[in-house]
Ligand binder design. Structure first.
Ligand SMILES: Cc1cc2nc3c(=O)[nH]c(=O)nc-3n(C[C@H](O)[C@H](O)[C@H](O)COP(=O)(O)OP(=O)(O)OC[C@H]3O[C@@H](n4cnc5c(N)ncnc54)[C@H](O)[C@@H]3O)c2cc1C
Length: 396
């Protein structure tokens, strides 16, 4: 019996023609960037510039930019499908996803002047918005404790401090930066006192040192040292001191998009594992005939489909501008766990070949592990649910 497509019942219940068209078009673009391309990019630790250029030229990276600013004016569900299809094809959307998930902060809180200045060239591909600088070595997951200071001096802000794990700074012109504008001890409400800046890295004064980190995955991630970096005062997004709230708003979009990438990975693992299980013959029969091989793949598949439903539930609420923190966080939690489960099932199914780079499983295995940790650790997601949704005491 021929296997059914893994684009299944849950998929169909959400599918409309536009979504299907996006899937097919992105899938077609991705076919020009096969496994061998991503394998080589990974091996050389290169940035997949050709792929990102193609994605930009096709307008997909401008999916969330409204049409009046030259973008496609699509919603978060469509944007998530684009990223999912990249990962499902065997690629890695992290090379370019930040532009999509940072966009909301600019769109929802930026001034009209900022939007007119930046969005059309971003949509055109003349300007890259790929870096988002929040994490710091001392604060870790406790974002309200960040120490990087931005001090207003006349028409400028002067920035001093350190960020860690900041991805794609060298592949970006603009960086969304969260910095402290009021000292922590002077605040009664500790969620205040932080501000968001859209830093144009092409013309800053002072010294911004970018020190690459050597990581398990090809992610172009660095430590940043700000030494009297001076930026124009009009780089501030929205009001001073409200940056943490703006960033939290953006986090829901980020969670939905990351969930979609994990789902794309999960589908890649399940499709590859099921195919290998049908084709690999040991003891005179396909290994997939053994339930010890078959069931873990089927189980992972079921979990991916469940996470997928939560992803679209979160996206629908996000579009309606309803509270969607719980759904967005659950989508990210469930999808990252399901992808990891699928990764393990796939690696096991491939046996020793799972470790051979030529089969791409080990690369995707390393890549998908990130989703449980970044951009937010799943423990923090559980803490959010436990405290904010279930009313249990806060652990922090
Ligand atoms: C490849 C990569 C790319 C990244 N890119 C970016 C980027 O572009 N921009 C950016 O700003 N950041 C980026 N990050 C940082 C990422 O968001 C953080 O690593 C992540 O949020 C976790 O923070 P931390 O590493 O400081 O962990 P910590 O906060 O030190 O936590 C360590 C462990 O303790 C657990 N823990 C801490 N507190 C609690 C608690 N109260 N309850 C239960 N468990 C707890 C955590 O869940 C985690 O498992 C990136 C990280 C990686 C690895």
């Amino acid at each position: 019996m021929e296997p059914q497509s893994t684009q299944s019942h849950t998929e169909q219940s959400h599918t409309n023609e536009d979504w299907q068209a996006i899937r097919e078009a992105v899938g077609k673009l991705c076919r020009d960037f096969p496994d061998a391309y991503w394998r080589e990019v990974d091996k050389q630790e290169k940035y997949p510039q050709e792929f990102v250029d193609q994605l930009t030229a096709s307008g997909y990276l401008a999916a969330l930019i409204p049409e009046e600013y030259g973008g496609a004016g699509l919603g978060i569900a469509e944007a998530s499908i684009i990223l999912e299809e990249i990962n499902r094809s065997g690629g890695n959307a992290v090379a370019c996803h930040a532009q999509m998930y940072i966009m909301g902060t600019l769109l929802r809180h930026g001034s009209e002047e900022q939007k007119r200045r930046y969005l059309p060239p971003i949509a055109q591909g003349d300007l890259r918005l790929q870096a988002f600088a929040v994490t710091e070595p001392n604060a870790g997951s406790e974002t309200t404790r960040i120490e990087t200071r931005a001090v207003r001096k006349g028409d400028s802000y002067v920035i001093n401090g350190q960020k860690i794990f900041i991805s794609r700074v060298k592949q970006s012109d603009l960086m969304m930066l969260l910095a402290r504008t009021t000292p922590y001890d002077e605040l009664t409400d500790k969620t205040r006192g932080l501000s968001v800046f859209l830093v144009d890295m092409r013309n800053i004064k002072g010294n911004l040192e970018v020190q690459p980190l050597d990581l398990m995955i090809n992610h172009h991630t660095s430590t940043l040292f700000f030494d009297d970096v001076e930026i124009p005062a009009d780089s501030l997004i929205g009001e001073e001191g409200k940056g943490f709230r703006y960033i939290i708003d953006g986090w829901n979009a980020e969670r939905i998009l990351i969930a979609a990438e994990a789902i794309g990975d999960g589908r890649w693992f399940v499709e590859r594992a099921a195919r290998y299980a049908r084709e690999r013959v040991v003891f005179g029969r396909p290994i997939g005939v053994n339930q010890g091989v078959q069931f873990p793949i089927a189980q992972a598949y079921a979990h991916i489909e469940a996470a997928n439903l939560m992803r679209f539930e979160a996206a629908a609420k996000f579009e309606r501008r309803e509270k969607c923190g719980a759904e967005a966080n659950m989508a990210k939690l469930l999808a990252s766990e399901a992808a990891w489960e699928a990764a393990n099932a796939c690696l096991t199914t491939y046996g020793g070949y799972g470790f051979a780079r030529d089969y791409d499983v080990e690369r995707k295995f390393r890549e998908t592990r990130l989703f449980s940790v970044a951009p937010v650790s799943n423990n923090l997601v559980l803490a959010f649910l436990g405290h904010n949704v279930l009313g249990m005491p806060k652990s922090y």
